[in-house]
Design a protein around this ligand. Structure first.
Ligand SMILES: C[C@H](O)[C@H](O)CC(=O)C(=O)O
Ligand SMILES: [Mg+2]
Length: 394
């Protein structure tokens, strides 16, 4: 059988939920006084939307093959990302074979080096890459995990990220990661409140349930060290993204400073094999957390993961729903996965990318059978009720 070629690439924007999980209404735990690098400005402390966390919105990439099959993916990036896809990246896909994934990735990356490398450009490349893997899976009628070499386990296990690890425990998750609420600008009182919240949660969940803190780049080395030392008596399993992503030196020092047994994790805002090489070679963390929709897509994540394996580091991808699950199922060094609790009170399991995707599987009792992922491609479809906008129609 001849391999279909790529006929057309289309980029759309879309508002509301989906990959831009921060675009939530008032009262949602994910936008309730979470410590961020902007917390030093009191006017931007209460809500991440005030400083523009949701400003870009969602990018949807659709790739149509010569046989009429359409693959798609969603990630963040919105209109600027749509511009990059239509005006720049589409040329490397249209006319190429659907299987030319490595070459297409390399051309997208090399041709954008002069203005890209990280941030929105690699985020956009990730969206195109994920749509290509979806397309290939749909053409071959195989799930992406099978295209990646096959699953190494029959079931995925999840920890939950949200404000209520105590409820997550009852729902069968193996651990709960809470957002840190107070940053260094809130002084000793903020630090005390952070530790009290952790202590209260430890009391509720008992001694064995994993508890983690997500600091979303908000701390400095001194504060992160004090937090880690104070959190040790409450059994904190890991301290996540404590420092700005460019401070590799700070992470290496923090890893030395934390009490024995506590893990340092980071990487959701890192990108490509070269970025993760810095984290791994400098001994910055125990677990890397690439986001497959931001780090370069599946094609790049495979390389990042091999590098991590050689450094004895685990790869626990950040969020990303099905795009992560298909990958995690295939890796020995990804023994569990993250599930982001998108219910406003973190009190029930709802699909992470709702309302954008249909057919998105969710953990049941904190687990997901591989059979839930046995659909062609990533196994999801775009919800036809979501209004797509194509700003740079060619
Ligand atoms: C809860 C965190 O601040 C962030 O919104 C999500 C995240 O970093 C994670 O899931 O990890
Ligand atoms: Mg995080």
């Amino acid at each position: 059988m001849g391999i279909p070629t790529i006929k057309h690439v289309r980029a759309f924007t879309l508002r509301g939920g989906g990959a831009d999980y921060h675009d939530q209404a008032d009262g949602h735990w994910i936008d309730d006084h979470i410590a961020t690098p902007m917390s030093k400005y009191p006017e931007y402390r209460q809500s991440r939307r005030t400083f523009g966390i949701n400003v870009l919105g969602t990018l949807v990439v659709e790739i149509e093959a010569s046989d009429g099959t359409v693959g798609f993916a969603v990630t963040t990036g919105g209109e600027p990302a749509a511009y990059i896809v239509e005006k720049h990246l589409a040329r490397f896909l249209e006319g190429a074979k659907v299987t030319d994934i490595e070459r297409i990735w390399d051309q997208m990356y090399q041709s954008t080096l002069y203005y890209g490398r990280k941030g929105i450009v690699i985020n956009t490349i990730s969206g195109v890459d994920l749509a290509l893997w979806d397309l290939l899976g749909k053409i071959r009628q195989e799930p992406v995990h099978q295209l990646l070499g096959g699953a190494v386990r029959d079931e995925l296990q999840f920890y939950a990220t949200g404000a209520r690890p105590d409820l997550a425990q009852k729902m069968g998750f193996i651990g709960g990661k809470m957002p840190l609420h107070h940053g260094p600008a809130e002084g000793e009182e903020g630090l005390r409140k952070n530790l009290e919240e952790l202590a209260t949660m430890r009391e509720r969940v008992g001694p064995d349930f994993w508890l983690m803190l997500d600091c979303w780049m908000s701390l400095d080395l001194n504060y992160a060290t004090k937090l880690a030392v104070g959190a040790h008596e409450h059994g904190l399993k890991w301290i996540e993204e404590a420092l700005p992503p460019d401070d590799y030196w700070g992470y290496a020092a923090l890893r030395n400073n934390v009490p024995k047994g506590m893990l340092v994790t980071t990487g959701e805002h890192e990108a490509t094999r070269w970025g993760f090489r810095m984290l791994l070679e400098m001994g910055c963390c125990d677990i890397i957390q690439p986001d497959v929709g931001w780090c370069g897509g599946i094609t790049e994540l495979v390389k990042i993961s091999a590098l991590a394996d050689a450094h004895n580091a685990l790869v626990i991808p950040h969020g990303s729903s099905v795009y992560s699950y298909h990958f995690v199922a295939t890796r020995h060094n990804s023994p569990f996965a993250e599930f982001l609790m998108m219910a406003p009170k973190a009190d029930e399991v709802v699909p992470m990318f709702h309302p954008q995707l249909l057919g998105e599987p969710v953990p049941v009792n904190g687990r997901m059978r591989l059979s839930a992922l046995d659909q062609p491609g990533f196994g999801v479809t775009l919800n036809p009720e979501c209004q797509l906008h194509r700003p740079y129609n060619r």
